[in-house]
Design a protein around this ligand. Structure first.
Ligand SMILES: *Cc1c(COP(=O)(O)O)cnc(C)c1O
Length: 404
């Protein structure tokens, strides 16, 4: 491995040379079935032909124009994205490059919305314990896990954390005098696939509406169809009607592997950013936008989304049917799945799983299987949406053998 990298990643000794669909091939020619999608990024798998074509065609025309000019590709992407998020209440969008940047945009929108309407002092953003919102100083502050709050302080002030599911804490934290926004992952990803309950989300929506606090969803990992609906929070209701948010942050799978992020706003917050308020040199990059158009055209389709749910149910049912003593719990939505493994059985897996990392080299067959871990005892499965039945069966068989 190159010596010139900073030592912030625990990279495994595997070098991938190319990919095809749900498979990756290393430089020794070994095959790996990808149950990670590059952490929910390669949602259409590797080298998806329409995606390759769209990127190549756009690259041959132009790579980049600054946001001082119009781009038909960026505009087409933005139109499709807002349309895809319209059922969630979204009206317009700011295009960025990453998740952290999308969440920064969300925080800025909440702060300015509240400042203009209520004056200074009402700037706190409430987030949940176990959340993950990014690695910039502000999004680390937004992240409700103490292990992220060391070494890099002082952090951005004005964040408060409450336990997910705790309606009393929610009511106390969302006071109308100091709080500008509530930022939630409908299904927490990094901390181990933790869906919020209907009761908690509905109460959050009610309190936010009543106290004029922006209800913001970080859908960076759980959005873009991952849970079987285009946005994960669409599976929640408010007063018997589909839930609508004020702000939504997206990234990861948004352009299928090309860096892209977005923050979208609903009616309340759509006019918060005025000329000069926010920007990003690369945001809306035409190559990323061309890729994003393919992702949206493919994923935002009821039949395609239904397949994501069906495949996820199939995987979860299959693992539960093993009745394996080491498997404590299987949970998830769509192709966002967690398997809690007994602490005593975990060391068995550890031989195959590098701690930070997440790669299982199958001992039983020639093929490897790529998996993610989350915390101390959870395996996280995020297969690409295009994975076939047969590939699912192969991956599950490898995993089952590993547990023996
Ligand atoms: C990955 C992730 C982020 C950060 O995204 P980056 O693109 O790495 O900045 C933020 N929120 C959630 C929920 C994520 O999963």
């Amino acid at each position: 491995m190159s010596e010139v990298f900073m030592q912030n990643y625990h990279r495994l000794p595997v070098t991938f040379a190319n990919g095809n669909g749900a498979w990756l091939f290393d430089t020794d020619g070994k095959k790996y079935l990808d149950f990670t999608s590059g952490i929910a990024v390669n949602c259409l798998g590797h080298n998806y032909p329409p995606l390759v074509r769209a990127v190549a065609e756009q690259a041959a025309k132009l790579f980049h124009v600054s946001n001082y000019y119009q781009s038909d590709t960026a505009a087409a992407f933005a139109e499709k994205l807002v349309a895809a998020c319209a059922p969630g209440g979204m009206k317009n969008v700011f295009l960025a490059n990453s998740g952290a940047e999308a969440n920064e945009g969300a925080c800025k929108i909440a702060r300015k919305y509240s400042l203009k309407k209520y004056g200074p002092g009402r700037h706190t953003i409430v987030t949940l314990r176990g959340s993950f919102h990014g690695r910039t100083i502000t999004t680390l502050a937004a992240t409700g896990q103490d292990k992220f709050h060391k070494d890099f302080g002082p952090f951005t002030e004005g964040f408060a954390y409450i336990p997910g599911g705790d309606i009393g804490a929610l009511d106390r934290a969302l006071d109308g005098k100091t709080v500008a926004g509530l930022l939630i992952e409908a299904v927490q990803g990094e901390s181990g696939i933790v869906p919020q309950t209907q009761e908690f989300i509905e109460e959050a929506a009610r309190l936010c509406a009543e106290r004029d606090i922006l209800l913001m969803f970080d859908e960076i990992q759980c959005g873009m169809g991952r849970t079987g609906t285009f946005l994960a929070f669409e599976q929640y209701s408010f007063n018997g009607k589909p839930l609508k948010a004020d702000v939504v942050a997206l990234a990861k799978g948004l352009a299928g592997g090309i860096p892209a992020g977005a923050v979208l706003a609903g009616e309340k917050a759509a006019a918060v950013f005025e000329s000069g308020d926010h920007g990003s040199t690369f945001g809306g990059n035409p190559v990323a936008a061309a890729a994003g158009i393919v992702v949206l055209e493919t994923v935002n389709n009821p039949a395609f989304l239904a397949e994501i749910s069906r495949k996820g149910e199939k995987i979860m049912a299959a693992i539960r049917a093993w009745n394996h003593p080491a498997v404590q719990e299987v949970r998830g939505r769509g192709l966002m799945i967690a398997i809690d493994i007994d602490r005593d059985a975990w060391p068995v897996l550890e031989e195959g799983i590098a701690r930070a990392g997440k790669n299982i080299n199958s001992r039983s067959s020639g093929n490897g299987l790529l998996l993610l871990s989350a915390g101390q005892k959870t395996l996280r499965l995020l297969p690409p949406y295009i994975i076939s039945e047969d590939e699912i069966d192969q991956g599950l068989e490898t995993l089952r053998k590993l547990l023996e």
